[in-house]
Design a protein around this ligand. Structure first.
Ligand code: HEM
Length: 203
């Protein structure tokens, strides 16, 4: 029988699905608000502009909680950056060339560590600016700065999240089960995250 190793707990998977469902809902409604002429139909699907606005604000609360919880799940690992991580980034994980052998990685590879850091920083900024605009809608200055500080991280997410989903599904078959069952074959973990397998003494 194939030996398996646990990559995520049910709590970690819960936090990730909370972030994924709320984040994607916010991206879709956000696109509907930004490009009303071209993509306004998205918010018609959500029940019209008024309902979409309510959904956007309250789902924003869920997303904010998920960002805060995700800091407990991933930030410690993401901030444990080593020389091997810089080397991995330098060759983009060897994804673009078969001749490059990327250095061994821990529980998260350097690209995933970067995703965590960007998601946390952009998540906190998008949440703070969103609450600012929601709670003080009268002030022109607040609305101007609020929009700038909301839209910049929005575009980062709009580019990063489709790449993240592609890398976690079609580009690396087998990865998605980390978000469903949480267990992966040991041989696969040894190949992708050898330092982590050693750390937990599963080799
Ligand atoms: C349905 C869409 C999504 C899928 C299929 C997906 C899939 C995954 C998978 C498989 C992992 C685990 C990778 C590993 O441990 O090796 C992961 C981790 C992660 N996901 Fe997602 N994800 C989705 C949406 C999102 C969204 C919307 C966000 C943020 C707004 C997000 C943020 C993260 C972060 C920060 C991590 C940890 C770092 C990383 O592994 O890249 N995910 N995701």
């Amino acid at each position: 029988m194939t030996r398996m190793v646990q990559k995520t707990t049910s709590y970690e998977r819960f936090v990730h699905w909370m972030m994924a469902i709320s984040g994607i809902t916010l991206l879709l409604t956000g696109f509907g608000f930004l490009y009303q002429n071209e993509l306004g139909w998205i918010n018609t699907v959500f029940g019209g502009q008024h309902v979409a606005r309510l959904i956007h604000n309250w789902v924003g609360v869920v997303f904010t909680v998920s960002v805060i919880l995700s800091m407990g799940v991933w930030l410690g690992e993401a901030l444990s950056w080593s020389g091997e991580d810089s080397e991995w980034m330098g060759m983009l994980g060897g994804y673009l060339s078969k001749d490059l052998e990327p250095p061994p990685q821990g529980k998260l590879n350097a690209g995933q560590k970067l995703v965590v850091i960007v998601v946390v920083l952009c998540g906190l900024l998008i949440a703070a600016s969103g609450f600012l605009m929601w709670l003080s809608p009268g002030s022109k200055n607040v609305m101007m700065w609020g929009h700038i500080l909301h839209n910049l991280p929005f575009f980062v997410f709009a580019i990063l999240i489709p790449i993240h989903i592609y890398l976690a599904t079609a580009a690396n078959p087998g990865t998605f089960r980390i978000m469903t069952k949480g267990w992966i074959p040991l041989y696969w973990a040894k190949k992708k995250h050898p330092k982590w397998v050693k750390e937990i003494g599963a080799d």
